[in-house]
Design a protein around this ligand. Structure first.
Ligand SMILES: [Ca+2]
Ligand SMILES: [Ca+2]
Ligand SMILES: [Ca+2]
Ligand SMILES: [Ca+2]
Length: 213
């Protein structure tokens, strides 16, 4: 009799019914005892959890409060513990910026992300059954952190001192100031301009920061 068989996902543990066992003593007439043996067969762990998708791509704005991003799901054709799946992040998140619910597979951020610190993640997610031995499979979740304009331009120096001759010809280069902005694209583009009082005496190139008389 083959006890351990894989069964389809809807059958519960298969219950085999062997014939009853009797005992007889040596007396005359003999006395008998009967016992019924029930054997509960655990499903064999012969199915690997399979993710619905091997790859997930997500975009998350930076600076956002912790939020659920998606649910990763795997199916396992076994029953009982051999088909119970738990989910874990096994690589790509050394600082614990994400949380994966162990039984639901819900992936969330655990804190606001900072694009200037890290612009993207490649998370390795594992679905592991509770069979013995346990079987597992992996999926990849790529997270792109979208920029928010959360940085101001910063000058390379907080003040500049320069001597200019009073009879300097118009257009004489005076100084080139530089400011950088850690954001991306238009959010990080720096334009230079002069305060009202300085206009007339000096000119600044809005793109280069070069100041001339
Ligand atoms: Ca399994
Ligand atoms: Ca930021
Ligand atoms: Ca900015
Ligand atoms: Ca930013």
């Amino acid at each position: 009799m083959e006890l351990a068989r894989s069964c389809s996902s809807f059958c519960s543990h298969s219950l085999s019914v062997p014939p009853p066992v009797y005992a007889r003593d040596g007396g005359l007439p003999p006395n008998f005892a009967k016992v019924v043996v029930r054997v509960l067969v655990q499903d064999e762990n012969d199915n690997v959890p399979v993710f619905a998708r091997p790859w997930y791509g997500l975009e998350v704005p930076e600076s956002q409060s912790p939020v659920e991003l998606c649910i990763v799901r795997a199916a396992d054709a076994d029953t009982g513990p051999a088909g119970d799946i738990e989910y874990r992040i096994t690589a790509g998140d050394p600082d614990g910026d994400f949380q994966l619910h162990v039984s639901s597979g819900a992936l969330s951020t655990s804190r606001p992300l900072d694009r200037e610190q890290r612009a993207g993640y490649s998370l390795e997610v594992v679905a592991l059954d509770r069979g013995s031995p346990a079987l597992s499979s992996t999926a990849t979740v790529e997270v792109t952190v979208l920029d928010v304009n959360d940085n101001s331009p910063a000058f390379s120096s907080s003040s500049y001192t320069i001597d200019v001759s009073e009879d300097a010809a118009q257009g004489t280069p005076v100084l080139e100031v530089t400011a950088t902005d850690a954001d991306e694209g238009e959010n990080g583009k720096v334009l230079y301009f002069l305060s009202q009082e300085a206009r007339g005496a000096f000119t600044v190139d809005e793109n280069t920061g070069r100041i001339t008389t």
